[in-house]
Write a protein that binds this ligand. Structure first.
Ligand SMILES: [Zn+2]
Length: 123
């Protein structure tokens, strides 16, 4: 693609779009600009929040950018990743609690505390 072509600002050699250093003169290149379009932001935030920790790959890429908007995107996705992880842990704990209380109630139907005490006293 024509638009993906980049040129080294130091020597003018063509470089690959994701190159960090010029392959010709070895000088550092500007990092490729990452998209901060609304669609991309929604995707990053969605993955950060609902599929942690997969958003972190973007988080660190965006946090490294010079661009303030991109850094904000990185920061927000970092916060959302933390919220997402806490949420996942919280939901898992809730499910485990539900599971143990439903196990208790299904056992409670046949064995209540006094029956259990009698049972233990017989031994
Ligand atoms: Zn160069």
């Amino acid at each position: 693609m024509e638009s993906e072509l980049r040129f080294c600002p130091h020597c003018g050699a063509g470089v690959t779009p994701d190159a960090i250093f010029c392959s010709h003169c070895g000088k550092p290149l500007e990092e490729p600009k990452l998209s901060t379009s609304i669609g991309k932001q929604i995707l990053i935030y969605f993955v950060s929040l609902f599929l942690p920790p997969f958003g972190l790959a973007w988080t660190f890429k965006y946090l490294r950018q010079q661009n303030k908007t991109a850094r904000t995107v990185g920061l927000v996705s970092l916060i959302l990743t933390i919220v997402g992880i806490i949420g996942t842990v919280w939901i898992t704990m809730g499910l485990l609690n539900n599971l143990s209380s439903s196990l208790n109630s299904s056992l409670g139907g046949s064995i209540n505390d006094s029956q259990l005490n009698q049972f233990l006293q017989n031994y």
